[in-house]
Design a protein. Structure first.
Length: 387
């Protein structure tokens, strides 16, 4: 087999293995190592390899690769909007790994408008729709935010499916949770700077889905700003995504009740952190941090909140972060019993309660992200209103 075909097979194999083993599993690492080695070998022969994927054909540079005729992965990549793949310079193993994750997110959830190119300039790898090549001489032009057409429909749908799975089976599908988070990470990094794509709610019964996606995005944005590694950022993202999963046990009438809750309804509502922690712990050992965060996300710095703690203790960093993001998003959203607060008012509220309810350092960090990057936070178009 020719060197480009060997590389593409190793590349496809790595993507397949990554789907099976999302964490730092040895099989995943060795598949990525192999693909990276093949890329290095290929780059020795041809310094800037480029590929085009059509339904029936794979083209290397300008030459069709006969041995990959009707290659299923070519079809898959092309259908996910990755018709073109260019390596512009030598990439590091880490950059290659990150690139594979982005491709995987795009393959799994076609969250990205396929008419638009994806440019991972820092990586020296570009991929996207055909026509990307014609743009090659303007690689530094950032994509205008206004033209971004992120809806996160697929993520919302996957999360709804996940919530449904938890409801019917009682366990959390880890792979899908991680896939949603990877896809959110891609959406955050579509531009030359980080954009936190937040959703706005119209249908109250969709609240938990929208809110969970927003808390995941905010927690990831915060973790990134605090200098966490990409793997940590994703772990925090999964924790944000699942923090309210216990709410699947709360009847919709209680969740969307416009007035004050009765004592019994309040008791049911306040049960969700414990329920979530239980559900998550029973699902996956790997989700331990998410279980802790679900349990702790309503516990205040001074020990108030719920579940009741007998003495004030420091919750884990991820819980303290999710707590801030959770309250920020909840107050920024219109609820059956109150209108959404403007961002300034929400940030002042966080400030006022810093040191009592919230970790003051995290409130400062959150404020900095929001105030410095307020323009980068976009409320995205409404997602579908079906339930
Ligand atoms: Fe909650
Ligand atoms: Fe929440």
């Amino acid at each position: 087999m020719s060197e480009p075909a060997v590389f593409l097979n190793a590349f496809a194999h790595a993507l397949a293995v990554m789907t099976l083993y999302p964490g730092a599993h040895p099989s995943r690492e060795s598949a990525v190592d192999d693909a990276y080695q093949e890329l290095t070998d290929l780059a020795r022969i041809s310094p800037r390899p480029s590929f085009t994927f059509f339904d029936e054909e794979v083209v290397y540079g300008r030459e069709p690769l006969r041995e990959l005729k009707a290659w299923p992965w070519g079809r898959r990549l092309s259908a996910a909007g990755i018709q073109r793949l260019e390596f512009e310079r030598d990439v590091s193993r880490d950059e290659f790994d990150q690139f594979l994750q982005e491709v995987l997110a795009r393959l799994t959830l076609s969250s990205i408008d396929t008419s638009e190119q994806r440019q991972t300039q820092s990586l020296g790898i570009r991929f996207g729709a055909v026509g990307l090549h014609g743009q090659a001489d303007v690689p530094d032009t950032p994509l205008a935010i206004a033209t971004l057409n992120v809806t996160l429909d697929d993520e919302a749908e996957t999360l709804r499916w996940l919530q449904h799975e938890v409801q019917s089976r009682g366990t959390v599908p880890l792979l899908e949770a991680e896939t949603v988070v990877r896809s959110l990470a891609v959406a955050m990094h579509r531009d030359s700077h980080v954009v936190l794509p937040l959703l706005q709610l119209k249908e109250f019964d969709q609240y938990t889905t929208m809110h969970s996606l927003n808390v995941a995005v905010l927690a990831m944005g915060m973790a990134e700003a605090l200098g966490c590694s990409p793997a940590e950022v994703r772990t925090f993202g999964v924790a944000g995504l699942l923090h309210d999963i216990g709410k699947i046990r709360i009847p919709l009438e209680v969740l969307t009740k416009p007035g004050k809750l009765s004592d019994e309804e309040r008791r049911i509502m306040n049960q969700h952190p414990v329920d979530a922690a239980r559900i998550i712990m029973e699902s996956e050992e790997e989700l331990e941090l998410a279980a802790v965060v679900a349990y702790e996300h309503h516990i205040m710095l001074d020990g108030g909140g719920y579940p009741a703690v007998h003495y004030a203790r420091e919750c884990t960093l991820a819980s303290r972060m999710v707590h801030v993001c959770d309250v920020f998003d909840a107050l920024s959203t219109t609820r059956p019993y109150r209108e959404a607060w403007p961002q300034g008012k929400v940030l002042s509220y966080l400030d006022e309660r810093a040191g009592k309810e919230f970790d003051p350092e995290l409130v400062t960090a959150f404020n900095q992200i929001m105030r410095a990057g307020a323009a980068q936070v976009r409320v995205l178009s409404e997602e579908r209103t079906t339930t």
